[in-house]
Design a protein around this ligand. Structure first.
Ligand code: ADP
Ligand code: MG
Length: 300
């Protein structure tokens, strides 16, 4: 496209909340055959909420919540925020006057898995099954049943291990964006297929994919794995767009022919992307492709 055409389209995009960073992305977007979507924060609202908490140990609910909160307090993950909000709500309900301020030491983030740290004398792990397996924390039948039950309802379980044993868990839901299903089926009608790639577990991933109408899913995928899925598609000659919001999506956003970041996403994702969907509305994936199609058809 001519510099003028690019400028016009870029201006038009900006006025609609679609920030196009360069002519290159604009010129490629009309050729996109597959859109790869991240799940959390992209297809879903990204604001998970705790819907239940359960104990698998003799800790009191209060102590359990305090330890989980201390471990999660430094995490930026939306699941951490949900846990914090839930424990805050509980403390208020039980009339605790001040916020608990147990300090975490040796805090560590395990991307796509959870967090860990030491709270007082206790080693606390908060995260998914993968995190527990990596730390040799056994998962008993009772815990496994709780996980399966919740996962069938598209709820993920946040497991909490204290000193190497599962002490309890939170069930978390993250509803899909209202426009998600509509966007997937519209893309389909444009001859564009949709794929979901997520770090989350298979059961939750499948439940969400069913809700939005995506047939092809890759779950339990780490950030490099997400980028590898994009490269696989490209090897087969497919022009690929990636839509994501997280730090964990940035390698995939860079690898994709067109990287689209959710406006409400992390700075790292926004920086890695070619296009930013300011309104965080998935309809704008289509807006961006339409803009490109118009721009590119004008010069032919
Ligand atoms: P997605 O690819 O769906 O955006 P992430 O890669 O961010 O997901 O995280 C994958 C999974 O890792 C989460 O679904 C959760 O089970 C676990 N996880 C990551 N960070 C945390 C945390 N701070 N607390 C609890 N669980 C976490
Ligand atoms: Mg995400």
């Amino acid at each position: 496209a001519t510099p003028t055409a690019v400028m016009v389209a870029t201006g038009k995009g900006a006025s609609q909340g679609v920030l196009i960073k360069g002519g290159d992305a604009l010129e490629k977007a009309h050729k996109v055959k597959t859109v790869v979507f991240d799940k959390t924060g992209t297809l879903t609202i990204g604001k998970p909420a705790v819907v239940s908490a359960v104990l698998f140990s003799s800790y009191s609910m209060e102590e359990f919540c305090d330890l989980a909160t201390a471990a999660e307090v430094n995490s930026e993950h939306p699941i951490a925020k949900a846990v914090m909000e839930h424990t805050k709500r509980l403390r208020r309900k039980f009339g605790a006057s001040t916020d608990h301020n147990a300090k975490v030491k040796d805090f560590e983030v395990h991307p796509g898995a959870g967090v860990s740290g030491r709270v007082g004398e206790k080693v606390v792990l908060v995260g998914n099954r993968k995190l527990m397996q990596a730390s040799n924390v056994p998962i008993g039948c009772e815990v496994q049943d709780y996980i399966s039950e919740n996962e069938q309802m598209a709820r993920s379980c946040v497991l909490v291990a204290i000193d190497g044993k599962i002490a309890g868990a939170f069930a978390v839901t993250d509803p899909v964006k209202p426009e998600a299903g509509r966007v997937i089926s519209f893309l389909h009608s444009m001859g564009i297929s949709s794929i979901m790639v997520t770090g989350d577990n298979w059961a939750t991933a499948m439940a969400i994919s069913k809700q939005v109408g995506i047939q092809k899913v890759f779950a339990e995928t780490d950030p490099i794995g997400k980028a590898d899925r994009i490269k696989d598609l490209q090897t087969r000659g497919t022009i690929v767009a990636m839509v994501g919001d997280g730090i964990n999506d940035s390698p995939a956003l860079v690898a994709a022919d067109v990287g689209m970041a959710i406006g409400a996403g992390t700075d790292v994702a926004i920086e890695a992307a070619d296009i930013v969907l300011i309104k965080s509305n998935l309809e704008d994936v289509i807006t961006a492709i339409h803009l490109s199609r118009k721009t590119m058809s004008r010069i032919r």
